[in-house]
Design a protein around this ligand. Structure first.
Ligand code: ARG
Length: 570
């Protein structure tokens, strides 16, 4: 993982005969640095060697010889606690960050292995709800993380642009729609029309008949039905794209459910021929009870295909087109069963690449509402975040103005936008994704707690120091002066970026990055509260500036991987 863990692993491997990679996996960072900079628990070895772990620890420690990087190895019950030579580590890490700059922490391990990330995937004419927002935030971040590891990333938006609800939308639009409203606010207007359909059809069941016939026409390619559907789709994508641009998110493809429509007949035929398809009460299913799953419904009684059928076609198409190493579906936990069925069906079809697919699920956001109430339109959330961030920044602004000078109005707006969005994104990504997320406007926008603004501000503090320093940063420094606990803590953390990035990718878990970034920001603030960078003797200042530069590079890399904006002032 890094030079130190390598050195530790080589030592342990040499003493025990364990492979180096194996030993390296066992290395931990103790919660409290008083136990050492790195630790190696001996429990696994104890099992293999049938000996008490503390005896093994003592035995190995006796063989330790201090080296270039490691100064101590102390046995402490079942653990071996190692200490790093601070000066040597500071030099290796800070020089590396300095020379690699923005590329620090990148790797080429993913070269040539395409990763598909399917995320966001809202439905046309239904609200873009908070689940879609979470999917957008998590999926975007995963894309950035894999990209930093060198994987070619393809971003897919599997739009919900087909299905019988389009019969209802068309019917609604025919009765109550307004072309002008559709132009002005497509997402809202289509949702209004769709909601009205549901309200009115309770008293007027004939509307359902109408909707069914519109959908049938649509499936049969009737020109008016197609034209309306196409218009709804196009204009909605336009509005989605505006929102995504604002979030800094983009997609390589918007091919949604409708895209697979003309592959379905052939797919169903193949499933029938292979004997997988079974008739059940007029519908066609693939029984999955042998795998403790409900049957996969492929074709309804009325011959209509389903969400799942389209997902099977989509998976086949994607594999043929991209020969992916991994296909990630970022979709909420309520669809867990759906993806289990999908993966199982693909396996039964004889594909082994179903193992390259992962459902990256996530919990709910609790308490996100705007003035309009619980149905969340993304635009409303964004507007509210920006308005609130503007107020927060203004309130903090007065005493800041004296220090950094007045920030021009235009830049203030940009900052407010970045802070508002950053607050929402960080709040979402700091919790492990399977957990529910609490959403509270006041808390997420605070500059003091574990928040997005707090992390963005840590980067701003680094920039402020560099600005005031004014000189050129060089890698020539006397590393021996960076010897305090606070400095060493920062250096160790900076050194962890590559490993942390890899772990986030392996676990499909942006929270790994978010928490790492937060801890680094906190460590920076502790350091700055206890030490001065500028105005010390030149040797000291020069070394500390190089350290601050390193912290700044890493904070920026983390912010980008999370999809948050990197600010220089705020
Ligand atoms: N449009 C779906 C929804 O809003 C999400 C699509 C998820 N992706 C998939 N391949 N099924 O619930």
């Amino acid at each position: 993982m890094n030079e130190v863990t390598r050195a530790i692993a080589e030592f342990i491997a040499g003493e025990t005969g364990q492979p180096v990679e194996e030993a390296e996996k066992g290395i931990e960072i103790p919660r409290d640095p008083q136990w050492g900079d790195y630790a190696f628990p001996c429990f696994t070895l104890a099992k293999v060697k049938r000996k008490a772990p503390h005896l093994i620890a003592q035995e190995i420690a006796r063989k330790f010889q201090p080296g270039k990087l490691l100064s101590e190895c102390i046995p402490e019950s079942a653990y071996l606690n190692f200490r790093i030579r601070r000066e040597a580590w500071a030099e290796i890490i800070l020089r590396k960050v300095f020379s690699e700059g923005e590329d620090y922490g990148r790797s080429a391990e993913g070269k040539g292995k395409t990763v598909l990330v399917e995320f966001s995937s809202p439905n046309i004419a239904k609200p873009f709800h908070v689940g879609h927002l979470r999917s957008t935030i998590i999926g975007h971040s995963l894309g950035e993380i894999f990209e930093r590891l060198g994987y070619p990333v393809v971003r897919l938006n599997h739009l919900g642009d087909w299905g019988k609800q389009f019969g209802e939308v068309i019917t609604g639009f025919k009765h109550w729609g307004s072309p002008d409203e559709l132009e002005a606010q497509p997402l809202k207007h289509l949702f209004e029309v769709y909601s009205r359909f549901h309200a009115e059809s309770e008293a007027q069941p004939s509307l359902h008949e109408e909707a069914r016939s519109w959908f049938k026409k649509l499936e049969e390619g009737d020109s008016e039905a197609r034209r309306l559907w196409g218009r709804f789709r196009e204009i909605s994508i336009g509005e989605f794209k505006r929102l995504y641009r604002f979030l800094g998110v983009s997609f390589d493809s918007y091919d949604g459910e409708s895209f697979y429509q003309d592959r379905l007949a052939e797919l169903v035929e193949r499933l029938r021929e292979s004997g997988l398809l079974v008739e059940s009460q007029g519908a066609w299913i693939i029984p999955l009870e042998a795998y403790e799953l409900p049957p996969a419904l492929i074709l309804k009684k009325d011959e209509a295909t389903l969400y799942l059928t389209r997902d099977i076609a989509a998976a086949e198409y994607r594999f043929q087109r991209w020969n992916f190493e991994k296909l990630i579906y970022v979709v909420g936990a309520p669809q867990k069963l759906h993806f289990q069925q999908l993966f199982k069906v693909l396996e039964l079809m004889g594909y082994d690449w179903n193992r390259r697919m992962v459902h990256v699920d996530f919990g709910h956001i609790l308490g996100m509402s705007t003035r309009r109430g619980e149905v969340v339109f993304l635009q409303d959330v964004i507007d509210e975040a920006v308005a609130r961030a503007e107020r927060v920044i203004e309130e903090r602004g007065e005493d800041k103005e004296a220090r950094i000078g007045k920030i021009p109005e235009g830049e203030r707006k940009t900052i407010a936008r970045a802070v508002g969005l950053g607050a929402i994104i960080f709040n979402d990504l700091r919790t492990r994704r399977s957990k529910d997320v609490e959403f509270d406007w006041d808390r997420i926008l605070g500059f003091e707690g574990a928040t997005g603004p707090y992390c963005q501000n840590a980067h701003v503090r680094c920039c402020g120091i560099m600005r005031k320093f004014g000189g050129t940063v060089t890698e020539e420094a006397d590393f021996s002066v960076l010897s305090s606990d606070e400095e060493f803590d920062l250096i160790k953390r900076v050194g962890e970026l590559p490993g942390v990035t890899r772990r986030a990718a392996e676990e499909h878990e942006p929270s790994v990055i978010a928490n790492y970034m937060l801890d680094l920001a906190m460590a920076l603030n502790v350091f700055l509260a206890r030490h001065r960078v500028l105005g010390e003797e030149p040797r000291m200042t020069r070394a500390r500036v190089l350290l601050i530069h390193g912290v700044k590079v890493v904070l920026a890399a983390c912010l980008r991987m999370l999809g948050m904006e990197v600010l220089e002032r705020m």
